[in-house]
Design a protein around this ligand. Structure first.
Ligand code: KIV
Ligand code: ZN
Length: 391
């Protein structure tokens, strides 16, 4: 079972869509699902079919059109949820039911007011029932991040016996440290009978900003699926960002782990999701933020102009961004001004550049960013003093 492929399970349309304001209609979901399939994700979690007729319909329509990926529907460990999910997934080429229950002391006591034994019973019942509809059944141990490892191992072993094919170990509250989460996965690999026959899955939330680090710690310790969303959208501080984990694995080849994602489609997919969900991405967001490949300080710009690799660990083209941006601000130096001026047609001599740079700094001190139009104006005034070659 253990190979070097990390399966990418996208939950943009389920965990991501739970975010207030991100609600999509079926048509919008179909467009995103098609794009995810094209991007190369292995699993699309299309929704939570029992939650509303609209969600049922979306899952059912997505199941009909997805060509390559497994289509998955979420359920609680409740028979009716599972029956409804199976119905919604009936046209899927590769259907998966994702069922589970809270396993931490806090969930067992406050959510269910029950005992560990009863939770195990419900988990076995849910997986067995799901198995009567589909072969591929994923079990989630909600709040596994705060669940005692020995109990987690016990419930995992029981659901494997009941037929689970994938075990999802969610850090539902985003509490774990990467070392701790990695150790949890390792513990399960070492203590659960039958674990070699299933895929262990990381589902990490970002409450402390560690979702990506935790997911990577998980796969380093033997998990082979990461549950994630485009742009990291999701409950509260969000889920693991798909583009981040995919690029971490790509940029660290010595880890010897790979995904099926066509990384050149990452940027466009990010734009599509932010537009459809009305959920902007912060400019400094890794991989897909507006500034992810923009350089604004003089020292960095000088380096990047000489050789991109001085300040970039990946080629923007690898993620579908056309080129690195040199943003002109009051912190920019002569090299950046000459570079930008050349791009818009001005080949400057040393003296011309000195003259232009003085005007440039005056302009830059008065505004946040110096644009091409400003450079044209600067060049016009410099041209009156000195004849500038216009290429
Ligand atoms: O965060 C979580 O625990 C979940 C489960 C329902 C899989 O989203
Ligand atoms: Zn979640």
């Amino acid at each position: 079972m253990q190979d070097n492929k990390v399966h990418i399970f996208d939950t943009t349309l389920r965990d991501g869509e739970q975010v207030p304001g991100c609600k999509l209609d079926t048509h919008q979901k179909l467009i995103i699902a098609e794009r995810l399939d094209f991007l190369g994700v292995d699993v699309i979690e299309a929704g939570f079919p029992v939650s509303s007729p609209g969600d049922f319909n979306s899952v059912s329509e997505i199941a009909k059109i997805v060509k390559n990926a497994t289509v998955c529907g979420l359920t609680r460990a409740v028979e009716n949820d599972i029956k409804v999910a199976a119905e919604a997934l009936k046209h899927a080429k590769f259907p998966r039911i994702h069922t589970g229950i809270g396993t931490s002391d806090s969930h067992i006591k406050f959510k269910f007011n029950t005992t560990q034994d009863k939770v195990i019973e419900r988990a076995i019942g849910a997986v067995s029932y799901a198995k009567s509809f589909v072969e591929d059944v994923e079990f989630y141990a909600e709040d596994a991040g705060r669940t005692d490892n020995a109990f987690l191992a016990k419930i995992c072993e029981e659901v494997i016996k009941a037929g689970a094919t994938v075990l999802n170990i969610p850090d539902t509250t985003g509490y774990c440290l990467p070392e701790e989460y990695g150790a949890k996965i390792k513990y399960l690999r070492e203590h659960v009978k039958g674990i070699e026959h299933v895929i262990l899955s990381c589902h990490c939330h970002n409450d402390l900003g560690m979702a990506t680090a935790n997911s990577i710690a998980g796969v380093i310790n033997g998990a082979r699926q990461i549950e994630c969303t485009i742009n990291g959208i999701g409950e509260r501080a969000g889920n693991t960002a798909l583009e981040e984990v995919v690029m971490v694995l790509k940029q660290h080849p010595y880890l010897d782990l790979h995904t099926n994602i066509n990384t050149k489609l990452l940027y466009d997919t990010s734009i599509m999701v932010r537009e459809k969900m009305g959920m902007p991405v912060q400019p400094n967001k890794a991989i897909v933020g507006a500034n992810a490949f923009a350089h604004s300080s003089g020292i960095h710009q000088d380096g990047v102009i000489k050789n991109r690799e001085t300040y970039e660990i990946m080629d923007p083209k690898e993620v579908g961004v056309t080129e690195s941006a040199i943003v002109l601000t009051a912190r920019s130096g002569r090299a950046a001004l000459a570079y930008r001026a050349k791009k818009i047609g001005y080949e400057l001599t040393k003296i011309q550049l000195d003259l232009a740079y003085t005007s440039f700094l005056t302009c830059a001190d008065n505004q946040k960013e110096v644009k091409d139009d400003d450079i044209h104006s600067i060049m016009k005034s410099v041209n009156q003093i000195s004849k500038i070659a216009i290429a």
